[in-house]
Write a protein that binds this ligand. Structure first.
Ligand SMILES: [Fe+2]
Length: 141
């Protein structure tokens, strides 16, 4: 069983490969799968990760607000992409990829190591189990 941090990093790898798939195929179907993956990942982080950030880290309240703000931007992008096609969609996804890469790098290089240091393995596994149950309750796209 993975920890919450390993699970979120796996999500990041999936999101990165969906961006690659979009760049190779440029199809709205892949853009939609990417959008669904991003929104689900953002929901999981907001429901399970940021509450931990708020309680475990010094300045966690501010960090969680900033991260949620990044997510709002991503969700706006995804909503806009749903009505966009062709070159405009390419441009939108190119911009989105830049923002998402910055956000994922911040989490992996700064936030996750700090959480891993402060939280015990039992908590990290327990949250992962709850995330898994949450994901299983989501409708399959
Ligand atoms: Fe993330």
């Amino acid at each position: 069983m993975a920890t919450i941090i390993q699970m979120l990093m796996d999500d990041h790898r999936i999101i990165t490969s969906l961006f690659d798939d979009y760049e190779a195929s440029r199809t709205p179907e892949v853009a939609m799968r990417l959008g669904d993956a991003l929104v689900l990942h953002a929901c999981v982080e907001e429901a399970f990760l940021y509450p931990l950030v708020r309680t475990a880290l010094v300045g966690g309240q501010r960090l969680a607000y900033e991260a949620e703000d990044d997510h709002e931007k991503v969700k706006d992008f995804v909503a806009e992409a749903e009505d966009t096609r062709g070159d405009a969609l390419d441009e939108l996804i190119f911009e989105l990829r830049y923002d998402v890469d910055v956000h994922m790098r911040w989490e992996e290089e700064d936030l996750f190591p700090r959480l891993a240091e402060l939280l015990d393995e039992v908590t990290l596994h327990d949250v992962a189990r709850r995330v898994l149950a949450f994901k299983r309750r989501q409708p399959v796209a």
